[in-house]
Design a binder for this molecule. Sequence first.
Ligand SMILES: Cc1ncc(COP(=O)(O)O)c(C=O)c1O
Length: 358
Amino acid sequence: MGLIYLDRNENQYGPAPACYQVLREANLEQLSLYSRAYATGKKSDLSDRLSADLGIPESRVLLSYGSEDMLKQAVHCYLQKGETILLPHQSWWYYKSVAKEVFGTEIHYSMKERGGLFVYDLQEIIDQYDRHHPQVILIASPNNPTGNSIGMDTLHRLVEHCALSVIVLDEAYFGFGGDGNGHIKTLLDAHPRMVILRTFSKYFALAGLRIGYSIVGRELEQLVAFSARYLGYNQLSEKIALAALDDPAYYARIAQAMREDTEMYFQEFSLIEGFTPFPSEANFMLVRYPRLRKKELKAGLEGYGVVVKFLDDPGLEDCIRITIGTKEQNVRVMEAFREVATGVPHLSTVTPEISQAR
Ligand SMILES: Cc1ncc(COP(=O)(O)O)c(C=O)c1O
């Protein structure tokens, strides 16, 4: 077994088998041709399908090259130089970079640690909104790297109060919690200045395709115009994404396996002195560890062929983010952590294959 990369929140199970089949059966002539979907009265087969699934007009379903691309488009569209963007202090690194791309002024709200988990603090967001009147507010649910989601009640109160801002709700990790799509229409009806970001990278295990989409509220016509793709989208990617959508049972199965392993990690890390795991609704888990042991832990895990993310974000310098892998990988990773952290080998559960890999 080679190195296990559990540092970038990729879905280690891979996509539904039908996605590979699309590639095997691909019409190669299509590579030279633009899409003619528009001749049938729709933007694309994929946005048409998503529109039907979500009950939102196709004109407000926008495809993008990953959700990173749509985040960039939304911020470039609505944030001018010197204007203010409100984003989570503990968040995906790109939020801060995208604000810098347009010379925006960043202000932050903090995810609060309460009762052993991270939570959104509605009052702090409201206070920041009242003080700074940000043009754009970023909310991530679940948030990377803290793993917590924002409750629907909190989100509704937030959008009601912050009605003048464009609110970007990043749902890149949507699905792992077994959640449905019911909230989308309700949210966008209540807040027509909201854009919801989704991706095929995480739940659907298609990060390499760079395919995402967003659903936008009625008042964001400027973003709809800004993101228009006059010559269509990547047709092969669209077909693969459609194949993924056609196999919900496969994805429900692997998400269930990941939830079981998230629970396993939580229980196991709780037993190791000095380690504190945080509950997660995504395909990763944040774990606090004794910071003075960083070098030793990093080297020890590398010796096991395990690569996880040692964070250096302010306030999270004593935390690791572990992507939830396959069952087999997770057993190996937990084994490695136990041995490196406690110095006690647990060879009984290490398979011969794994022993050789060391
Ligand atoms: C919170 C969050 N949003 C968006 C993305 C972007 O994912 P992609 O561009 O692959 O859709 C990531 C990637 O890790 C992420 O952590």
